[in-house]
Write a protein that binds this ligand. Structure first.
Ligand code: ADP
Ligand code: MG
Length: 222
């Protein structure tokens, strides 16, 4: 237990530093992007698009860090789980089609969940992004909604590349990534948000078989 506590403390500390840095970086980053947009394209700056897309990537990473520290405007209320999911799925339609990925959703039971809508969107997005990224040659992502005791269970199953046992153990620790373009923050954010919702996260995965992520969210205030 001592080591566990220690790890949690480390994680919280790492999170605080990350958020602090992200705040400091965001403003100059916005300025640089703006300046580049203003003057770069007209002067046909070499590698304009590359610089722009790299800046955009930095912006995304900073954005992910900031989610961790976002305390303002959090609004817990009863929300329709399937509705939130559909809004997120909409964002993946084109990317999925381009990559020969089918995403299907089966609703056995749909309940209102007690949550902050934007945070849960972020959770679904991070999980779906991982699923899509695990399917470079196409495949299937299945989502099902079920009732599990006092929870609404949202299960994401992909038949992608899966994880090694080592990775499965470490997934959710900051900066643990196997991707060239990854930052290893997605699942950490998922865990943090679900914890704040008094929910549960369970991840199972097998190399070359696929991955299953269960998110359990309370259907009422606890
Ligand atoms: P990132 O996606 O930036 O690497 P995440 O925290 O979202 O960071 O995921 C951490 C790691 O967990 C990934 O790099 C990958 O190795 C593994 N992972 C997460 N989800 C999946 C999945 N659906 N299929 C295979 N591996 C996954
Ligand atoms: Mg990810």
């Amino acid at each position: 237990t001592e080591e566990l506590l220690n790890n949690t403390e480390k994680l919280v500390f790492a999170g605080q530093i990350a958020v602090g840095i992200a705040h400091e970086i965001r403003n100059p980053l916005t300025t640089v992007k703006g300046m580049l947009q203003l003057s770069g394209k007209d002067n046909r700056l070499r590698h304009y698009d590359l610089i722009m897309s790299e800046l955009e990537r930095m912006n995304l990473i900073v954005g992910e860090f900031l989610v961790l520290g976002k305390q303002q405007a959090v609004q817990f209320r009863q929300e329709c789980c399937y509705q939130i999911l559909r809004e997120v799925l909409h964002l993946f339609e084109i990317q999925a089609a381009l990559n020969s990925i089918t995403i299907e959703c089966t609703v056995h039971e749909d309940h209102m969940i007690y949550c902050d809508r934007n945070q849960i969107k972020q959770v679904f997005m991070n999980i779906l992004r991982n699923a899509v990224e695990a399917l470079p040659y196409g495949g299937h992502v299945r989502i099902s909604l079920d009732r599990e005791d006092v929870f609404q269970r949202i299960r994401f199953t992909d038949d992608g590349m899966g994880m090694s046992a080592e990775m499965l153990q470490r997934v959710g620790e900051p900066f643990q990534t196997t991707k060239v373009e990854g930052n290893g923050l997605g699942i950490m954010i998922v865990k943090k948000i679900i914890e704040a919702h008094k929910g549960r996260v369970a991840i199972n995965s097998e190399m070359n078989k696929g991955t299953q992520v269960d998110i359990d969210l309370p259907i009422a205030k606890v």
